[in-house]
Write a protein that binds this ligand. Structure first.
Ligand code: ADP
Length: 219
């Protein structure tokens, strides 16, 4: 089963992708985490992507699409692979069309798309309180989902940090792109009959429960 999570910055996509991984054994694929890994390692892709990520702009499609297709090929080749949860990709219609074409060529498809919906005025606060774990990208929020020990990841004990693109201006820029470009994907997947909208402005476990119910109904 391959799932896409669509949601604005701060809507809880990463947190819910972790919950789906635990519940369904699907492999999360976060385009932002993959790009940050490339940037940290200083790969050729990382060097090209870095200025875009640091401004809060989208990285050019050809760079991101290649990276995601590599990830999908590698994860499909794993024994016992059950599918992926895409988080942060696709982010515009050309990316979505390319993904559909490549999956179809490999005899695969997107089975369901979850739209995690949170009013824009709540998102700034969620993001400026966001702390991320250095080792694996586990996400916390100082107000709504704090770690047990400040500054330390509950899951793997690594250091928590605040992302350099989580400043107020860069958050606004990223949200503008989401509400201008990425929301167009909702129509695209609605027309394919794959979209479920979930109210993300609720406690984490309620959102997870509704998501699992929606996915169960679509299986
Ligand atoms: P957020 O969704 O909170 O902006 P992500 O971690 O998903 O954070 O992405 C961080 C940055 O990585 C984005 O601002 C953008 O520069 C880049 N990026 C991630 N996914 C894509 C994508 N599908 N297409 C283009 N750029 C992307």
């Amino acid at each position: 089963m391959n799932i896409i999570m669509i949601g604005a910055q701060g809507s809880g996509k990463g947190t819910q992708a972790e919950a789906l991984e635990r519940a369904l054994g699907l492999k999360p694929c976060s385009s932002g985490d993959l790009l940050r890994e490339h940037i940290a390692k200083g790969t050729e892709l990382g060097l090209k992507a870095k200025p875009y990520v640091e401004r809060g702009d989208l990285v050019p499609d050809e760079l991101v699409i290649g990276m995601i297709l590599d990830f999908l090929r590698a994860s499909q080749a794993q024994p016992g692979a059950r599918g992926v949860i895409l988080d942060g990709f696709p982010r515009n219609i050309p990316q979505a069309e390319k993904l559909d074409a490549e999956l179809a060529a490999a005899g695969q498809r997107i089975d369901a798309v979850i739209s995690l919906e949170v009013p824009r005025e709540l998102l700034q606060g969620r993001l400026s309180g966001r702390w991320v774990c250095r080792a694996q990208g586990h996400v916390y929020n100082a107000q709504t989902n704090p770690p047990r020990v400040a500054g330390v990841c509950d899951v793997d004990g690594s250091e928590l940090y605040q992302r350099s693109d989580d400043t107020p201006e860069k958050i606004e820029r990223r949200l503008d792109i989401f509400f201008r470009e990425t929301v167009k994907l909702l129509d695209y997947y609605e027309r394919q009959g794959k979209l479920t909208r979930i109210n993300g402005a609720r406690p984490i476990d309620e959102v997870t429960r509704d998501m699992l119910a929606a996915l169960g109904a679509r299986r």
